[in-house]
Structures are given as structure tokens and as C-alpha cells.
Design a protein around this ligand. Structure first.
Ligand code: NAD
Length: 368
């Protein structure tokens, strides 16, 4: 693992790059603390066999912007452990604990869960070094996927679109790609506002029902470990056909880069709320903008999880986290829409300008 600082460094960061090894355990990892002007950095620990330091840096930068955009008193950081996350629980615990001990003194990095790690891993980290977010409830955590923090935030972004852009949520047709932790709760919250879930997919397939799928029944079906396409309340369609379903709101909540220049023409929604991280390529976002489709960027719409983590870190409870999500994502989505309209730029560009300005302002308070 290596990183060429000359090619990645800019005026924001990274502030620190730490490579860690524990040969006795076979643990190798990297932490990138990108920027700490707004406060100690929060970001996930990703476990993957092919993790590389530049990828970790990019993810750390995304956290700098996401945390600043959300108005959190936290900078951005990220970590990677080079290992197979499907290894035995004993091996995983040994790796995670060794990683935690190695970063004990790196106090401006607060680890959280990410791909390949979960709340149990964060409990081990907390046990070793006394700091981590995304913890189990018994040790002070707010279980963000149980309460649906990110999906709740996606629906709050929809409220802002309703307020400023005329999106009528009562009766709105919603399609969700990736009916998992984020997608399920986004669908639930929008259904509570009167919207109809007209299509949903998971990694195995997709279903469609123009009259509306029963969100609670589909959720119970998924939680029972069954595939979306086995649900009886809809017609089975090809997994990726969910992209072309006619709807008002399309929610990507699965993988990166699912909408590209090659398939963007298939989308038939007027609003996109990005639940997943970087689900749409830059070129495709530009095409959507030219078509008049509003696409609320990932680091605004899906910030519910990190807002929940920051509330947990500050000692707050579940209701405080939900209130913070409503206030911050609502305010930020409105601001992004207003800036995008005023400056005639993409919502993502407006959001980036807003986040960078907040980081720069915070950097102005640092000792010169
Ligand atoms: P999850 O594993 O609970 O759910 C993902 C769902 O997507 C699963 O149902 C899976 O079967 C489905 N899926 C995978 N590949 C697919 C494909 N090609 N087509 C259709 N469906 C597919 O994960 P999650 O926690 O809901 O996260 C979803 C996305 O949101 C990820 O990109 C994640 O990085 C991002 N995200 C999650 C959170 C959070 O709080 N969980 C916060 C911010 C961003």
C-alpha cells in the first residue's frame, strides 16, 4: 500500500496518512485523516482484500465534504484494513483489535463502520481505545440501520423538493434500486407521506406494481431473507429494468456508478434522491440536469448515517439524532436547491461549493 502525496494533496488535505502493521497478527492497514478544521475526523473503517491508500484518501475527502455539508463539528477521515471481511469471526476480531491498538494515539480520527465492518467491530475498537461510533445500543450506540437514519434523511430531502420544487409527495410514484437498509427506510418514510412504491430491486431481481407495492409486507419478506423478486405483490421484471420504470422519484440505494452516460436515457423520473454513494457518473448527472431532472447528491441526501453517528459521539440519543437529521438535511437540501437555481449549476457543484466554503471558513480559525 502506498500513496503519492504529490498527486493527491491539495489545499484541504490530507492532514495525516498513517500506515499501520502488526506482523504477529498479519494486520496491515492505512488511515487517512483528510481535514480536521471542523473537528476530529469521523469516517468508516473499510475491510477489503484489495483496499489501497489512494481509495482510502478519496473516501476520506468525501467524508470531509459530507461532514462539513451536514454542519457537523467533525472533519473527514477514513481507514482501510487489507483483509477478507468474510474471514472467521476469531480472525476478524484479532485484525480489528490489532488495528485499533495501532491507531490508539491518532486521536483526531474516530472510527465508524463501513463495508466489511459492523457495530460489533466498532464495539471491539471501543473496547481497545475508548473511541468509535456506530456502536451497539448496550454500549451507548444508536443502531442507525435499525432506526433507518439514512433512509429517514433521504425522505427529508424529498420534503425539501416538495417545498421548493413542487414535488407532490402524496401519490408520488417511487422506485427504489437496492431494497436494503437505506432503500427500505426511504420507501417506508415516503409511503408515510402518501407516496406509492411502484418498483423495487435487490441484487437478485426486481418487481413492479403501478398500483403500489405493500412496503411493510415487502420489508417483512426481505427481513425473512427472501429476494424481492419472490414477493407476490408485483410483476417480476429484469433487475436492471428498475432504471427505466416510469416514476416521479427514483432512489438509487445499492451500488456506485449505476447510472452512466450509457443508460441515463432510460431514466423516467423527475427527481432523483441519491441514497447510495456516487451512484451516478458526472457525465450522466450533467445530462440529467440538462433534461431538467433534479438529482440531490449523495453527500447531502444520504448524510443521515453520519449525522446519527455524530449525535451518538456527542452522547445524544435516538430522538436527538432524528431531529438533527430533519434539521440538517432539510436545511442543506433547501440551500443546495437555492444555490443551484441562483448560480445555474448542478446541485452537486452547489453542494461542493457550500461544503468547501464551510471547511475553508473553519480553516481560517486554525493557528496560522
Ligand atoms: P444494504 O446491503 O443493506 O442494502 C443494499 C441493497 O442493494 C441490498 O438489498 C442488495 O441486494 C442490493 N443490491 C446490491 N447490488 C444491487 C444491484 N446491482 N441492483 C439492485 N440492487 C442491488 O446496504 P445499505 O446500508 O442500504 O447501503 C446501500 C448504499 O447506501 C451503499 O452504497 C452505501 O455505501 C450507501 N450508504 C449507506 C448508509 C447507511 O447508513 N447504511 C449511509 C450512507 C450511504
Amino acid at each position: 500500500m502506498q500513496i503519492d502525496l504529490v498527486t493527491v494533496a491539495d489545499e484541504l488535505g490530507p492532514a495525516k496518512v498513517l500506515f499501520v502493521r502488526e506482523p504477529g497478527v498479519g494486520m496491515e492497514g492505512v488511515v487517512v485523516v483528510d481535514n480536521i478544521a471542523c473537528g476530529p475526523s469521523i469516517g468508516g473503517v473499510r475491510m477489503a482484500p484489495d483496499i489501497d491508500a489512494v481509495e482510502v484518501f478519496r473516501l476520506a475527502r468525501a467524508m470531509t465534504l459530507k461532514n462539513a455539508a451536514a454542519g457537523l463539528p467533525h472533519g473527514g477521515g477514513k481507514a482501510g484494513i487489507a483483509a477478507d471481511p468474510t474471514c472467521s469471526p476469531e480472525r476478524k476480531q484479532a485484525l480489528v483489535r490489532a488495528f485499533a491498538r495501532a491507531i490508539a494515539d491518532l486521536r483526531d480520527y474516530i472510527p465508524g463502520p463501513d463495508m466489511g465492518t459492523n457495530e460489533q467491530c466498532m464495539a471491539w475498537v471501543h473496547d481497545e481505545i475508548g473511541r468509535a461510533v456506530g456502536l451497539p445500543r448496550v454500549v451507548g450506540g444508536i443502531p442507525l440501520d435499525d432506526i433507518g437514519a439514512t433512509g429517514v434523511g433521504v425522505a427529508v430531502a424529498a420534503d425539501a423538493c416538495a417545498e421548493l420544487l413542487g414535488l407532490e409527495l402524496d401519490g408520488a410514484r417511487v422506485a427504489v434500486q437496492g431494497f436494503g437498509a437505506v432503500g427500505i427506510h426511504a420507501a417506508r418514510c415516503l409511503a408515510e407521506r402518501g407516496a406509492r412504491l411502484v418498483a423495487a430491486s435487490d441484487s437478485h431481481g426486481a418487481i413492479e406494481n403501478g398500483h403500489g407495492l405493500d412496503v411493510a409486507a415487502l420489508t417483512a419478506h426481505k427481513h425473512a431473507g427472501r429476494a424481492v423478486a419472490e414477493f407476490e405483490g408485483g410483476q417480476v421484471i429484469e433487475r436492471d429494468a428498475v432504471v427505466g420504470v416510469e416514476c416521479d422519484v427514483w432512489i438509487p440505494a445499492a451500488r456506485p456508478d449505476v447510472i452512466t452516460e450509457a443508460n441515463v436515457a432510460q431514466l423516467r423520473a423527475s427527481f432523483i434522491l441519491q441514497g447510495a454513494n456516487i451512484p451516478i457518473t458526472e457525465g450522466a448527472e450533467r445530462i440529467l440536469h440538462q433534461r431538467g431532472v433534479w438529482s440531490i447528491p449523495d453527500f447531502i441526501a444520504n448524510a443521515g448515517g453520519v449525522i446519527c453517528a455524530a449525535t451518538e459521539y456527542a452522547g445524544g440519543g435516538q430522538q436527538q439524532a432524528l431531529d438533527a437529521i430533519a434539521e440538517k438535511i432539510g436545511g442543506n437540501t433547501r440551500e443546495v436547491i437555492e444555490r443551484a437555481r441562483r448560480d445555474d449549476v448542478l446541485p452537486r457543484e452547489a453542494a461542493q461549493t457550500m461544503a468547501r466554503a464551510r471547511v475553508s471558513e473553519a480553516m481560517g480559525y486554525r493557528r496560522p
